[in-house]
Design a protein around this ligand. Structure first.
Ligand SMILES: Nc1ncnc2c1ncn2[C@@H]1O[C@H](COP(=O)(O)OP(=O)(O)OP(=O)(O)O)[C@@H](O)[C@H]1O
Ligand SMILES: [Mg+2]
Length: 247
């Protein structure tokens, strides 16, 4: 049985349909990527799974149960965690307090940061007393990931964690995501435009264009030159190639 199974999902804002007829699955412990240009509906898809945007068509099953019309706090409680685009930390709060907020989805109250999870984020352990706004972009992304792990989710929805980060820091994010899936046993649905991060973490994925899936397959299939040229921002593809040196 798949961990997440979406059939014919439709959603949008007011009368505007953004996502339509999206079907996808995520198996336990799997990292699956969703690729697509700016504005194609990637964040809207994640927010629909989370119950923050109303499901207008189709179905969403998680862990064998229908979650399509549940309130977002109930969905979080079932075990879906969200690492939002742009991190969305509480900048004036300490790293420790940001992490404590992550436990609320599971425990219903603030708990101290989990030591076993902090082991994966040694830099954060040194920064627990600092306010989140004093951290670098990469460190803030690590807080956003560590925060959601406090609730021990079975599935993480990660929205463009590479955004605004340098290549070496993006590699650190990739290492953490792989460890989350392998050691902590959480599956990850990773929305990305950074092909290098997608390839280093996901085994397969989906390409979205105009609010629907236009391609699905192995990571190599969906990141072929032709596919990237057609459906994923060319400038980013070139930037990724430059990082890898001349071909
Ligand atoms: N709260 C909202 N109300 C109305 N329209 C919205 C809202 N959020 C997003 N949209 C519109 O929905 C469409 C898809 O946006 P969405 O944020 O899902 O795209 P995206 O693929 O995540 O883009 P990006 O790569 O830039 O993050 C866009 O046309 C956007 O303007
Ligand atoms: Mg987005």
């Amino acid at each position: 049985m798949s961990l997440l199974s979406i059939q014919g999902l439709g959603s949008g804002y007011g009368g505007d349909v953004i996502c339509h007829d999206i079907s996808l699955v995520v198996e336990p412990r799997e990292i699956v990527c969703v690729l697509g240009r700016n504005g194609v509906g990637k964040t809207t898809l994640l927010r629909t799974i989370l119950g923050k945007v109303a499901l207008q068509a189709g179905s969403i099953e998680f862990d064998g149960r229908d979650i399509g019309h549940l309130a977002s706090d109930k969905i979080a409680h079932r075990g879906i965690g969200y690492v939002p685009q742009g991190r969305q930390l509480f900048g004036k709060l300490s790293v420790r307090d940001n992490l404590r907020l992550g436990s609320v989805a599971r425990a219903g109250r603030l708990e101290e940061p989990d030591e076993a999870i902090l082991d994966y984020f040694p830099v954060l352990r040194e920064r627990l007393g600092q306010t989140a706004e004093t951290l670098s972009g990469g460190e803030q992304q690590m807080v956003a990931i560590a925060r959601v792990l406090q609730a021990k989710p079975k599935l993480l929805l990660c929205d463009e964690p590479s955004e605004g980060l340098q290549p070496s820091i993006i590699d650190d994010v990739g290492r953490v995501l792989r460890a989350v899936a392998k050691d902590l046993g959480a599956a990850i649905l990773l929305v990305e435009q950074n092909i290098r991060l997608a390839k280093s973490t996901a085994s397969r994925g989906y390409v979205i264009e105009g609010g629907t899936v236009v391609s699905a397959g192995s990571i190599d299939e969906i990141t072929s030159e032709e596919m990237l040229h057609q459906h994923v921002a060319f400038s980013r593809m070139r930037a990724t190639r430059d990082e890898n040196g001349p071909r």
